[in-house]
Ligand binder design. Sequence first.
Ligand code: FAD
Ligand code: NAP
Length: 313
Amino acid sequence: MSDTRHTKVLIIGSGPTGYTAGVYASRAMLEPILVQGIEPGGQLTTTTEVENWPGDTEVQGPDLMVRMEAHAKAMGTEIIGDIISDLDLSQRPFTAKGDSGATYTADAVILATGARAKWLGLPSEEKFKGFGVSACATCDGFFYRGQEIVVIGGGNTAVEEALFLTNFASKVTLIHRRDELRAEKVLQNRLLKHPKIEPLWFHELDEVVGTDAPLGVEVVRAKHTKTGKITEIPCKGVFVAIGHAPANELVKDVLETHSGGYVKVEAGSTRTSIPGVFAAGDLTDHIYRQAVTSAGMGCMAALDAEKFIAEQA
Ligand code: FAD
Ligand code: NAP
């Protein structure tokens, strides 16, 4: 495809932020185009039960995102499976280029690119990525039936991943650098009561050790944060769950950011430092980072874009 498409509102990203922006922009008759990116449905497609989406006591993350996509489509959002690789915000209409070869021009842009898993940055982590080291338990947990697994981190993601992995693993060791979890209390309680899970407090991953042919993990070396003493834990899988960083690659050099790369928006709005460019959801938010807050910000972005376009007419 090498065509150019013009839209009043281009939404980049297909998580709760993007799809909610699509619903609202469609109902404002703005005929938005939404580009899904490499992870259609966003981060919630990498989890199982979601228990805090209002209206659903429990819903599977991937199912919720399929429903959100269908909702945005039914309201009139054109949803395109493409990845934006270049974004020119220097003049209006704004121009985005997709990996497919398509060019999109837009009177307003809503950035909803969310966040991506962080890695520790160890050479051994890199070496075994995809061969025993993972950042997605729902994607890869199945490969470790009857095996021992370690999970790194102490937030909601780490605790949920540890609990989920007990469905497959014979034992899960949760390695955390403190002796206090950041995760919600209800999740902490489930983790601490679980017979298959053993926390290892005050430890950090030092090295992943394994075989070269075939490439595979055999053991991790965990270092005590105070004494430096190394503990070796036999395992076949290592799940790194140390948080997420904003997916700001398209705009980090042209938009103001804060707190380690989150796109800065005016308080109480989704306006960025460039008029006509709006940002919402996990891309802007280093505090709440929830599906419901992201959806709320997606709504705000569409309303802000509608007002901006009306003012230009
Ligand atoms: P994301 O969901 O990160 O979506 C970003 C979108 O942008 C993706 O579709 C991606 O493909 C797209 N994108 C990125 N770059 C490009 C590009 N260049 N071109 C086009 N598209 C692009 N929150 C809860 O409220 N409850 C939970 O139970 C819960 N569980 C979670 C479990 C896990 C394992 C994780 C990782 C997170 C969980 N969260 C949960 C947090 C929640 O998923 C996020 O707050 C929410 O998904 C953020 O929505 P978003 O739309 O801003 O971004
Ligand atoms: P997070 O809340 O930022 O937690 C990251 C964890 O990793 C922390 O425990 C942190 O330790 C640890 N960590 C960070 N860097 C590390 C390093 N270099 N070495 C070792 N440990 C490191 O991230 P998250 O758990 O991915 O959650 C992200 C957001 O998504 C949160 O807002 C969360 O609420 C949301 N989420 C919600 C749900 C849910 O509602 N059920 C589920 C998943 C995620 P310290 O504690 O010592 O800082």
